[in-house]
Design a protein around this ligand. Structure first.
Ligand SMILES: [Zn+2]
Length: 202
């Protein structure tokens, strides 16, 4: 029914989050119909992002430079470090405009079911980062654990609290507003902002 090129396009589009084969076909047809004003700029944007994207070696955020713009920004408070699961959570917190510290992206959460162990996450680099900062004039003073309120997120939070207890820092976590099973990226800005503001020491 479709040529190989169109089939390949549909196959790739179907794999995007939230899409399936049906929406993949719809998106492909839309792109093909709007090939000059939309398909070509999209193809160019994809290639340029692919060429430019970098993972920040400090916080593991995705940006076009390393260290990323957030790590490089002199206006950000270096004493506050917010630990998140994924870059989407970092983006969600940035949208609230209520956090002016820095981030650390774990790249996932512990999961016995999926075989995700501490070694698979950016935990060693988090501890190293804290240790290094404690030797400087601007040490990290508070780590905010902002993980999803899922079973895996909470297991990971407990693991981190344990690992961080040996450092002379305050460890806090998000409080009110994050429902059980809730994912940060799906919360509205107000709820997430309140959760961040009402964080409490453990
Ligand atoms: Zn960074």
């Amino acid at each position: 029914m479709f040529s190989l090129e169109i089939q390949t396009l549909i196959k790739h589009l179907s794999k995007l989050p939230g899409l399936g084969p049906r929406s993949g076909r719809r998106a492909a047809l839309y792109l093909i119909k709007k090939r000059s004003e939309f398909l070509k700029p999209l193809a160019e944007a994809l290639l340029s992002v692919h060429a430019a994207i970098k993972t920040c070696t400090l916080c593991h955020n995705l940006d076009t430079k390393d260290p990323c713009s957030l790590c490089e920004d002199p206006k950000r408070d270096t004493s506050l470090l917010c630990v998140v699961e994924e870059v989407s959570d970092l983006w969600a917190i940035e949208r609230t405009d209520s956090f002016k510290g820095r981030y650390h992206v774990l790249g996932g959460v512990l999961s016995a079911l999926d075989g995700i162990t501490p070694e698979d996450l950016m935990i060693a680099s988090l501890l190293k980062r804290i240790e290094n900062s404690l030797k400087t004039e601007q040490p990290i003073q508070e780590v905010i654990i902002a993980l999803n309120a899922t079973l895996e997120g909470q297991t990971t939070a407990h693991y981190l609290m344990d690992a961080l207890s040996k450092y002379p820092i305050t460890v806090s976590r998000l409080a009110h507003g994050v429902p059980m099973g809730g994912e940060l990226d799906y919360l509205d800005e107000g709820t997430l902002s309140l959760a961040l503001k009402s964080r409490r020491p453990l």
